[in-house]
Design a protein around this ligand. Structure first.
Ligand code: PMP
Length: 421
């Protein structure tokens, strides 16, 4: 008998490419149809067939306080009564900008946009406009959204041109994107040496979380800080995942490093489409209407999204123990995977089990994982009532709504799912 989810998926596929509005949702990597969601509350998500799951996707990160967090929902409902969008400035945009800057006190200005993709695309344009240079360095396996110039993960050698990772991206668009290896200082040094005076910025996920979680090796981020400074290039931390998650001040606070620019998304919007890029006054003043780098948006600073962001950040700021709680929870999950012989990486409340042997500290290590084993584990977890990301190359996200009971159920499910594999 087919499920309601299957029926809805079949219908969706007739009018939406692959039936989904973002590819990973289609569950292709785990060989089953996706769940269609009816609603979510706290740490639990419910599908249209009435199944209930403990949710470790958390909308891919934003729902750090759990789903339908009452203060956010109430504030958003109230804001809706005043209209959904004006395309004109509102006081709350400044309120949110200040809340963001409190997280990164070494920064001066914030521009609000609608998605992480936009934030990164804009930050890179600013870096190029500010430095007057064209090339950027990104790391294989780091994801920075789907703008043309960043859809590159694999090149034909580090010092040669980079090839687009997607059809529809002209080669020229990625020609200025140089690829280095995460956690490999030599690969970065070689690019700087071969492109003297041409590199505008290095962009990095300070903790890689889009190839599964891969922490920076001791000294790697400090090295990036030093080499960018020495070469008059900007260091951009893409904190779309780590921002407001590793600490209120994200990775820059967690690791004690001050990049030149930071991009935020996910948590900063409280679950609404909102993201931001920040920088020092000198850098951000190149942005229009003050400077000559153009960047705009009909719905940027949308009053409803801004309201959700303000309420979520206020809650995170008010109770700093949240970070200790979610980190402790993640630590217990980490132990559960280890006890089952599965290598796991964890930084704060982000973690990934890897179906491989040995340490995972590079993109090449990640690629060695047994994705069939992961797919089986995923399906076992789902049948045990646990919803994790449907891909080996994603993180598990913990929220403050996850309870001791959730933890116990999840550990049992991990034990069952891995032994069933
Ligand atoms: N940067 C990072 C580090 C991300 O993880 C993501 C999305 N997961 C993005 C950028 C793009 O954000 P969005 O999907 O909101 O465009």
């Amino acid at each position: 008998m087919s499920t309601k989810s299957e029926g809805l998926f079949n219908d969706a596929r007739t009018v939406i490419p692959g039936g989904v509005n973002s590819p990973v949702r289609a569950f292709r990597a785990v060989n089953r149809d996706p769940l269609f969601i009816r609603n979510a509350k706290g740490s639990h998500i419910f599908d249209v067939d009435g199944n209930e799951y403990i949710d470790y996707v958390c909308s891919w990160g934003p729902m750090i306080l759990g789903h339908a967090y009452a203060p956010v929902i109430e504030a958003v409902k109230k804001a809706c009564d005043n209209g959904l969008s004006y395309g004109a400035p509102t006081e709350n945009e400044t309120v949110l900008a200040k809340l963001i800057l409190e997280a990164v006190p070494f920064m001066d200005k914030v521009r609000l946009v609608n998605s992480g993709t936009e934030a990164v695309m804009s930050a890179i344009r600013v870096a190029r406009g500010y430095t007057g240079k064209d090339k950027i360095i990104k790391f294989r396996g780091n994801y920075h959204g789907h703008s043309d110039g960043l859809l590159v993960t694999a090149g034909s050698g580090l010092l040669t041109e980079s090839n687009p990772d997607s059809a529809g991206v002209p080669k020229g668009y990625t020609a200025t994107t140089l690829l280095a290896d995460y956690n490999d200082k030599d690969s970065v040094e070689a690019l700087f040496n071969a492109n003297k005076g041409k590199i505008a910025a290095v962009i990095v996920e300070p903790v890689s979380a889009n190839m599964g979680v891969v922490p920076p090796k001791e000294g790697f981020l400090e090295f990036l800080r030093d080499i960018t400074k020495a070469n008059d290039a900007l260091l951009i931390f893409d904190e779309v995942i780590t921002g407001f998650r590793l600490a209120y001040g994200g990775a820059s606070e967690y690791f004690g490093i001050e990049p030149d620019m930071i991009t935020f998304g996910k948590i900063v919007g409280g679950g609404m489409p909102l993201a931001a890029y920040v920088g020092t006054k000198e850098i951000m003043d190149v942005v229009a209407p003050v400077g000559s780098v153009y960047q705009a948006g009909t719905l940027s600073g949308n009053p409803i999204a801004v309201t959700a962001g303000i309420e979520q950040l206020k809650a995170l700021k008010a109770d700093k123990d949240i970070y200790k709680r979610i980190d402790d929870y993640a630590k217990k999950l980490e132990e559960a995977y280890k006890n089952n012989g599965v290598p796991v990486n964890r930084v704060g409340s982000l973690l990934s089990p890897f179906f491989t042997t040995g340490e995972v500290s590079s993109y090449d290590d990640v690629l060695k994982c047994d994705t069939d084993k992961f797919a089986k584990y995923f399906r076992n977890m789902l049948s045990n009532g646990i919803y994790v990301a449907p891909s080996q190359f994603e993180a598990m996200f913990i929220s403050d709504a996850h309870t001791a009971e959730d933890l116990e159920k999840t550990i049992n499910a991990i034990n069952n799912s891995i032994s069933m594999n």
